[in-house]
Design a protein around this ligand. Structure first.
Ligand SMILES: NC(=O)c1ccc[n+]([C@@H]2O[C@H](COP(=O)([O-])OP(=O)(O)OC[C@H]3O[C@@H](n4cnc5c(N)ncnc54)[C@H](OP(=O)(O)O)[C@@H]3O)[C@@H](O)[C@H]2O)c1
Length: 365
């Protein structure tokens, strides 16, 4: 019998809707998964009308799903195993903590918290309460990423030398309200916390996870250009140096909220070739591998294309279900250490770039 994973969804915004429409809730066998099945059993919103409307529009109007006008009742619901936290960044800490204290497993949207101190506190709470906790780094679980890893770590291209990765988005910042979460410092606005996780995940996959790095943290240099509109970071770049006895590699990463993403969005250069990943880098559908001779001439070229039903958010949900079924407290592919590294890097880049969140926004400092 497949393991049935019962989800409670917290909030009814853009990504909660994407997640809910991600074909998770149809028969898993329709996408060749027969060991886990997902069910949404409750939706919580700050307004019960919004929760009901969300169930109608994003979950097919399923009358079995309970609609709550707050988040607390979802945490308390005995028919919920795992909470999907999809509120703005600066609420992830308190929402996840409340869920954990109610002994619920948690999948929390990226960036997992506002800073590293909040994440450490959450991980302690998850340990104390014996629950699974994961940041929703969906890119790491997609079939393309799994294939990228095989080639990247496989050795035929030699060791990695550099990663260039960018995720930007034109948010039309001069014409949206200052209270939009991308512009509002009270909601952790700006490019780094919102878009930065994606260039970073490619550096983590290609360099941090490379066997030659031995999961050693990089050194960090960051630069921030703020928008005068609200003072959040508008254009941010950061470099990570990975230096081991047999690996010297650099990641050059960037994100902006006032321009479109580069395509290809990721280029990894190796001793004997390159991998270029097509945009969007959070859910790419193709990459190109080029094998080069010692003069840089292409000797072999391969293009990999990936097709699947939906946008690709269900792969992370399957991982969550399997971890809960197997009584694991963290994922092997996107475990706590990687989220901690991410938040440590973002803290450092914000510090070097002089971007402080307003007093009181960070709940643990
Ligand atoms: N994985 C991805 O590809 C991806 C993509 C986009 C966003 N995200 C992440 O998901 C999170 C939410 O982003 P989003 O684009 O879905 O945001 P959104 O559309 O603004 O939705 C956020 C929801 O959070 C709830 N909320 C609770 N307190 C709030 C407050 N003070 N202000 C505004 N909303 C509040 C609201 O739902 P209720 O009123 O129903 O409670 C709101 O609809 C962010 O952390 C973001 O980084 C991830």
């Amino acid at each position: 019998m497949p393991f049935i994973c019962r989800w409670g969804i917290i909030s009814t915004g853009g990504i909660a809707s994407e997640f809910s429409k991600a074909r998770l809730w149809t028969d898993s066998r329709s996408r060749n998964v027969d060991d886990v099945v997902h069910r949404v059993t409750a939706v919580g919103s700050r307004s019960v009308e919004k929760a009901r409307q969300f169930i109608d529009t994003s979950l097919g109007g399923d009358k079995a799903i309970k609609a709550y006008g707050n988040y607390t009742q979802v945490y308390k619901d005995a028919d919920v195993d795992v909470i999907y936290v999809a509120t703005p960044h600066t609420y992830h800490y308190e929402n996840s903590l409340d869920a954990i204290k109610a002994k619920k497993h948690v999948l929390c949207e990226k960036p997992v918290t506002s800073n590293c101190a909040e994440l450490k506190s959450l991980l302690n709470a998850a340990k104390e309460n014996g629950v699974f906790f994961m940041e929703a780094m969906w890119t790491r679980f997609q079939p393309l990423s799994l294939e990228f890893k095989k080639i990247s770590d496989g050795g035929e291209l030699g060791l990695p030398i550099s990663v260039h990765a960018d995720l930007s988005g034109n948010f039309n910042i001069y014409n949206i309200p200052r209270t939009h979460r991308i512009l509002d410092p009270n909601l952790g606005g700006g490019a780094l916390l919102d878009l930065g996780p994606y260039p970073l995940v490619w550096a983590i996959m290609a360099l941090y996870e490379n066997p030659a790095n031995g999961a050693t943290d990089p050194t960090i240099t960051g630069s921030i250009l703020k928008t005068p509109i609200t003072g959040v970071d508008c254009n941010t770049s950061f470099t990570l140096n990975f230096k081991q006895s047999n690996l010297a590699a650099q990641a050059v990463l960037s994100c902006s909220i006032n321009t479109n993403a580069l395509n290809p969005g990721v280029t990894v250069r190796y001793e004997k070739g390159t991998i270029e990943v097509a945009s969007p880098i959070y859910a790419p559908k193709s990459f190109a591998v080029r094998y080069l001779d010692e003069h840089g001439v292409i000797v072999k070229e391969e293009k990999r294309l990936f097709e699947y039903v939906g946008r690709g958010m269900h792969f992370q949900a399957d991982e969550v279900a399997r971890c809960i079924r197997d009584d694991k407290k963290e994922s092997t592919l996107w475990g706590h250490a990687k989220s901690l590294l991410e938040m440590h890097i973002f803290d450092e880049v914000r510090k070097q770039g002089g971007y402080e969140l307003p007093l009181g926004v960070e709940k643990v400092v």
